[in-house]
Design a protein around this ligand. Structure first.
Ligand code: NI
Length: 136
């Protein structure tokens, strides 16, 4: 059930928010506020070390010595956290690997940090998500 509440804002903050709403293609302020609240709750959930879900994205050159082996080793060390891995060969050298992870936030962040820090990983990020189950 939707509930209504009103917010008081300084004029310039509201102007900034309205341009944010337009830039991101929201149809109205309420939808943007809902998304921002959900993001804040998810961040909070990750900070409170709950069970979370996420996606680790990595781009790397598979010719880099030992890199592929190190990635596989880490994935086996943390196998309880890994739901699925997808590997795409981007070109002759580069690979995109996406790993879907689920588990206690600090463990997921530990795995993600170790993967991204491996020598030869050109780009890496952890997308943090959650059902927001215990908060929403
Ligand atoms: Ni590849």
């Amino acid at each position: 059930m939707l509930k209504r509440f009103s917010i008081s804002l300084e004029e310039d903050l509201l102007e900034g928010f309205d341009s944010y709403v337009n830039q991101h293609g929201y149809s109205n302020r309420s939808e943007a506020v809902r998304d921002l609240i959900r993001k804040a709750l998810i961040t909070d959930e990750w900070a409170s070390d709950s069970e979370v879900v996420g996606v680790v994205t990595m781009v790397y050159d598979h010719h880099k010595s030992q890199l592929q082996e190190r990635i596989t080793e880490l994935q086996h060390d943390f196998y309880e956290l890994i739901t699925s891995t997808t590997h795409i060969h981007m070109d002759h050298h580069n690979c995109l690997e996406v790993t879907i992870v689920k588990g206690i936030a600090s463990k997921v962040q530990d795995l993600s940090g170790r993967l991204i820090a491996l020598r030869g990983v050109k780009d890496g990020s952890l997308t943090m998500s959650s059902t927001g189950g215990h908060l929403i």
